[in-house]
Design a protein around this ligand. Sequence first.
Ligand SMILES: CC(C)(COP(=O)(O)OP(=O)(O)OC[C@H]1O[C@@H](n2cnc3c(N)ncnc32)[C@H](O)[C@@H]1OP(=O)(O)O)[C@@H](O)C(=O)NCCC(=O)NCCS
Length: 184
Amino acid sequence: MATEKDDVNIVKETSPHSKPLIEITSSDGELILKQFSPSDTQEIFELIDRNREHLSQNEEDTSDKYPTLESVEISILQPSNPDRLRFGIRDAQGTLLGSINLTPEKDNPHKGEIGYYLGKEATGKGYTTKAVNLLTDYAFNHLGYQELYGIVANTNKPSQEVLRRAGYKETGKEVLLFSKTISS
Ligand SMILES: CC(C)(COP(=O)(O)OP(=O)(O)OC[C@H]1O[C@@H](n2cnc3c(N)ncnc32)[C@H](O)[C@@H]1OP(=O)(O)O)[C@@H](O)C(=O)NCCC(=O)NCCS
């Protein structure tokens, strides 16, 4: 569970062209969410490339979106939605375990969608739940969000459980929409 003690660091990359990057560390130091930068390209591609089958369950499109190293690089340098915040989920040693992102709605910046994946080898340890708690708290407490949701396939039980454990409530039946408001 994320707490108010979770540390939020704004770190500056050494490259002169890069913007300050958000880094969120869990209070126990076990997990770090660090915004993607171009220097992460190879690591992200390798994680996706060795997990294509795992990431393609339940019609998820991560594997299809990133077939090559170049496609990952372009997504960081020229993102299709520049307002989307994309983070690597890293352990205390800095190893990339997965990714989590936050996308504001176009006409309502206080409401946004959360999405995530882990490499298969990192599943079953509660890392995603912890990452969702961290990003949810950061969005509510630092970014002005009031409502977040995840869109989850009916068949994707592990992802539904992640959102339930993080305090999201099922609010839509058709595509299983899970939401959390700042007061719940
Ligand atoms: C969705 C996905 C990230 C969930 O991974 P996950 O490992 O089930 O979720 P977590 O990292 O939160 O780990 C939870 C598991 O760790 C266990 N666990 C161990 N310690 C835990 C802790 N401290 N806190 C919470 N769970 C813990 C839980 O019991 C659970 O295991 P179980 O499913 O066997 O009961 C993963 O299945 C995935 O990457 N899928 C492919 C991509 C995808 O579907 N993304 C979501 C699209 S909506």
